[in-house]
Ligand binder design. Structure first.
Ligand code: UP5
Ligand code: MG
Length: 194
């Protein structure tokens, strides 16, 4: 049986990963797995062993240990019964990359890494706007956002570089309106599907 196909979706906090993934799902039939959403769901379970740990890491903009994230991703992939996945917001640091390479990497085919390029000021405005509109996310505040951006710069950008060196990154300008950003995303996916 063919290995499931995976696309990693990376970009700064608020770059529009979730928004664009939804459009890719609607147009190209992928399953969207947001690592952040899976962690937030796990945190909300009353019987979770990891609820408190996850909440602390998210508020502090730190990256949850990979064993937790990879097992959530693996379960979600199995449960879906599908074979084309967008993995949104992962891998975000060296620990994530090592854990992925050790466990799941050989069982899937990584097609490419979709990277949403967006400057900090634009991203911060978007996240604060979402917070003000009642997102309920405990990290949509200036204090958490500073930490999320530090983590992005120090830990996630080197991972993007790692994949760039392997020729796997598809860069997208994420500053424009959602439909315009998706115009470029569509081109990338149309090439892949061809
Ligand atoms: N918006 C979107 N696109 C727009 C556009 N083109 N023009 C104008 N507005 C636009 O969008 C954010 C906001 O901007 C929304 O209001 C949207 O309408 C608007 P969204 O699509 O949600 O952006 P996204 O990039 O998905 O932003 P998100 O806040 O989800 O990014 P993060 O990477 O910060 O969040 P994530 O959920 O991935 O992770 C949260 C935390 O979980 C991490 O900080 C970390 O602590 C933890 N985590 C791990 O530990 N490990 C993991 O593997 C993953 C997460
Ligand atoms: Mg998101």
């Amino acid at each position: 049986m063919a290995k499931p196909k995976v696309i990693f979706v990376l970009g700064a906090p608020g770059a529009g990963k979730g928004t664009q993934c939804q459009k890719i799902v609607d147009n190209f039939g992928y399953v969207h797995l947001s690592a952040g959403d899976l962690l937030r769901e796990e945190r909300a379970k009353p019987d979770s062993k990891y609820g408190e740990l996850i909440e602390t890491y998210i508020r502090e903009g730190k990256i949850v240990p990979v064993e937790i994230t990879c097992s959530l991703l693996e379960n979600a992939m199995k449960k879906s019964g599908k074979e084309k996945f967008l993995i949104d917001g992962f891998p975000r640091n060296q620990n994530n990359l090592d854990g992925w390479n050790k466990t799941l990497a050989d069982n899937v085919k990584l097609l490419f890494v979709l990277f949403f390029d967006c400057p900090k000021e634009v991203c911060v405005d978007r996240c604060l706007g979402r917070g003000a509109a009642g997102s309920g996310r405990s990290d949509d505040n200036m204090q958490s956002l500073e930490k999320r951006f530090n983590t992005f710069t120090q830990e996630t950008q080197p991972i993007v570089k790692y994949y760039e060196e392997r020729g796997l990154v598809r860069n997208i300008d994420a500053t424009k309106a959602p439909e315009d950003v998706f115009g470029r995303v569509k081109e990338v996916f149309t090439e892949v599907e061809a």
